[in-house]
Design a protein around this ligand. Structure first.
Ligand code: NIG
Ligand code: FE
Length: 419
């Protein structure tokens, strides 16, 4: 087969090759390192991964492009499997409150937080939302991210805004090199209007919103913010079971982010693809997730920014055989950064994950968190050619030298899209 692009002499080629699906027993941290690696690509797919030269059945011609990987580290394109990409405004006005010790849930209860981003998002046009998210996607790409999950959730009861967020994500998926996978998250806050009767709003989500989002084919996943004074376990269960069984959405939960409510246990009971956050997940919740093969999508940037001193027990989760993905949670409140490389350093330096566990979390396990483990997330023949070339001599260096961007080039579906 003809190669259109070849990356050769790669000092550290981290393939993540092996069992595709972490739920089938691949131990987190086996990264498939190849020294003096070579990757051959035909159009958008990988056709060869190995060491040294090319086998004789790979043809090259005058149009084949070569990239030299000497002194570099190459990984699969990074996957950011939890973001609130599309939104209006920003919330730097919360910083001074936070420094005085006002908590995230206190700001939310006083009508700020998510409610203030709701207002900014409702007031933003399609083009304004598009331009802002487009800029964020450029930033994400510059850090090596090639696939992003994007949630709605700033329209809430204003369903037109929910739909506008999802339409923006759909259009960006068509226009931008980074792939976007969408999640409907109408259940992101209890609208002030329904404060005394939240079940009425749950009924609206179930009866009116889910069927319309499905009809317009605007989301693959459905997510709920299951939290003290937000959606209860019972309400979360109602929404997600209906989303899954009646409309075929794949369920996810913002689980045990602040208070230990039993979100992890619920994710196992429902059969969610992921439970996200899990800062306060119980031992029983972690066990239940391991038994059911639920992926823990941990978001250390959020813990860092909430400044409450708690991080998800990701090391324990891995020890208990829960596959761990790592994402930014990029949003204007609890984690205003698009920098997945910084979040990787937090995962290692604060959660104590090894660099191998971390890179697994942002590649194959991130892909699995989006149900895309057969297409992306590792460098294997037949998968999409999504790769990052880091100007770093090895994996440890990327994580240890934190807070700066190590990306040199990004290849998305066989095309050089960032350098
Ligand atoms: O994942 N917890 C709920 N949602 C986001 C925060 C959204 C916001 O504060 O605007 C999160 O932390
Ligand atoms: Fe989130």
């Amino acid at each position: 087969m003809r190669a259109t692009l070849i990356i050769k002499n790669i000092d550290n080629l981290i393939t993540l090759k092996g069992e595709n699906n972490p739920r089938r027993g691949k131990k987190q941290g086996e990264v498939g390192l190849i020294n003096n690696g070579i990757v051959a690509i035909n159009n958008d797919k990988i056709i060869y991964v190995g060491s040294g030269g090319l086998p004789s059945d790979i043809e090259i011609d005058e149009n084949t492009v070569f990239i030299n990987g000497k002194g570099k580290t190459v990984t699969p394109g990074l996957v950011d499997a939890h973001t609130h990409l599309v939104h209006g405004g920003s919330r730097e006005h919360e910083l001074s409150m936070k420094l005085k010790g006002v908590s995230y849930l206190e700001i939310l209860a006083s009508g700020g937080g998510i409610h203030s981003t709701m207002e900014a998002t409702r007031n933003a046009t399609f083009d304004e939302l598009y331009d802002k998210a487009n800029k964020s996607l450029d930033t994400m790409l510059s850090f090596g991210v090639t696939t992003v999950e994007a949630k709605s959730g700033y329209g809430i009861e204003d369903f037109d805004t929910e739909l506008r967020q999802l339409e923006v994500a759909k259009k960006l998926n068509e226009d931008h090199p980074v792939d976007i996978v969408s999640t409907f998250m109408g259940a992101h806050a209890i609208p002030i209007k329904y404060k005394d009767n939240p079940d009425e709003f749950v009924d609206i989500i179930i009866k009116e919103m889910l069927p319309e989002v499905k009809k317009r084919d605007l989301a693959k996943f459905c997510d709920v913010f299951c939290e003290d004074s937000v959606f209860t376990i019972e309400q979360t269960k109602r929404i997600l079971l209906e989303a899954k069984n009646k409309y075929g959405f794949i369920p996810k939960i913002h689980a045990d982010e602040i208070v230990s409510l039993g979100g992890a246990e619920l994710a196992a009971e429902i059969g969610c693809i992921t439970a996200d956050h899990l800062i306060s997940a119980s031992d029983a919740g972690i066990k239940a997730m391991a038994e059911k093969g639920i992926i823990a999508n941990v978001l250390p940037g959020t813990s860092f920014n909430l400044q409450e001193g708690h991080f998800a027990r990701a090391k324990k989760m891995i020890e208990e055989n829960v596959p761990v993905a790592i994402s930014t949670d990029y949003n204007p409140g609890s984690c205003p950064t698009e920098n997945l490389q910084l979040v990787m350093s937090f995962a290692s330096l604060i959660m104590k994950l090894t660099p191998e566990e971390v890179i697994t979390g942002v590649t194959i396990n991130g892909a699995s968190a989006l149900g895309l483990e057969n297409e992306i997330g590792s460098l294997m023949e037949g998968k999409y050619a999504d790769l990052v070339i880091f100007d770093a001599p090895n994996l440890d260096y990327i994580i240890y030298h934190f807070g700066v961007n190590h990306t040199e080039k990004v290849i998305k579906k066989g095309k050089l899209v960032y350098e």
